[in-house]
Design a protein around this ligand. Sequence first.
Ligand SMILES: [Zn+2]
Length: 258
Amino acid sequence: MKCEEARALIDPYLDGELAFERCLELERHIEGCEACSEALAARRALASALRDRLAYQSAPLSLQRSVRAAIARAAGSEAVRRAPPPWLRLAASFLLVASLSSALTWYLTPKYAGMIPEEVFASHVRGMLSGGGGIDVASSDEHTVKPWFAGKLDFSPPVVELASDGFALAGGRVDYVAGRTVTALVYHHKKHVITLFIWPAAGSARAIETSVRRGDNLAHWSDGRMSYWAVSDLNAGELRDFAERLAAAAGASGGKQP
Ligand SMILES: [Zn+2]
């Protein structure tokens, strides 16, 4: 795939309109192409910014006027002399929203919203099947695990030990979730394994939410810098406890991130 073709596919990709094979082709290209990877990140950041701002910004008056004028010109000079009907003012607002909505669909479609939990769950299960939670760097020392990710990822994940809280860091691996490489850290609690996925977040912080998927519990939160997904067969209360302790520890070490 050439860059030109890849760029043309980014919007339909984010809108969930690409066929599965095309998604894979595009993702393969983006993995190896820094320029296209940046283009994708920029489109995602734009969509995120729109999502944050659209909630409380309507179409500016100048845009409403120019849309009214353009429609009036198209409808003939007689329309210009008439006062614009109220629906036209509304239409101007909707026109702006409609033109932005393509970028938004990626965030709002339930299809995409459901894809990430499905993928982190699948990755957790793959790790469990490969034995020991799927660890490529086995260590309980954050100073061994964190540097191991350098050069393997385009971001520096927060790695925290929670052994004193009863959650022992066992190691980690690089995985591929939601169209990007991510950090997967493995923690042990009693006889249970927790896989914690981390990747850079777009948008604002989100409080911890838990959900259930085929008997396993998922916890998701974001601190505005990183997005976190924890999966385990721990009960929901214990997983939430893990998430809260981890969020507090990662937040406390936030200032030390490069
Ligand atoms: Zn490219």
